[in-house]
Write a protein that binds this ligand. Structure first.
Ligand SMILES: [Zn+2]
Length: 108
């Protein structure tokens, strides 16, 4: 390991980056963070829709009159968390395939 990073050109914004490592797609940290930021909103919407579906299912199945309600809610919460992770992962790939432009690009 050398203390001096050779640097790389980001495949998204094209800027020369030093002191950081490219990700698997050759993107810099700033571009990657922007993709994650944009992917989070649709993932939250998808998770919200999924959660609403879950609640509807629980009501339909009569879970709220069940003594296992706490367990069902815990299962629903776990599923919701998993759904968020999957949705953000999918949204990440979609946003990334479209490409992002950083607001500070070029500085002009
Ligand atoms: Zn970049």
């Amino acid at each position: 390991m050398s203390s001096v990073e050779p640097g790389f050109d980001c495949r998204s914004c094209g800027r020369r980056r030093t002191g950081e490592k490219p990700d698997a797609g050759g993107w810099c940290t700033a571009c990657r963070a922007e993709v994650v930021r944009r992917a989070t909103t649709p993932a939250r919407l998808a998770t919200g829709a999924f959660a609403a579906l879950e609640v509807a299912l629980l009501v339909w199945a009569g879970a709220f009159s069940s003594r296992f309600l706490v367990m069902w809610v815990a299962v629903a919460a776990l599923l919701g968390f998993a759904a968020f992770k999957v949705a953000r992962r999918v949204a990440f790939e979609v946003v990334r395939s479209r490409g992002v432009t950083l607001p500070t690009q070029g500085g002009a």
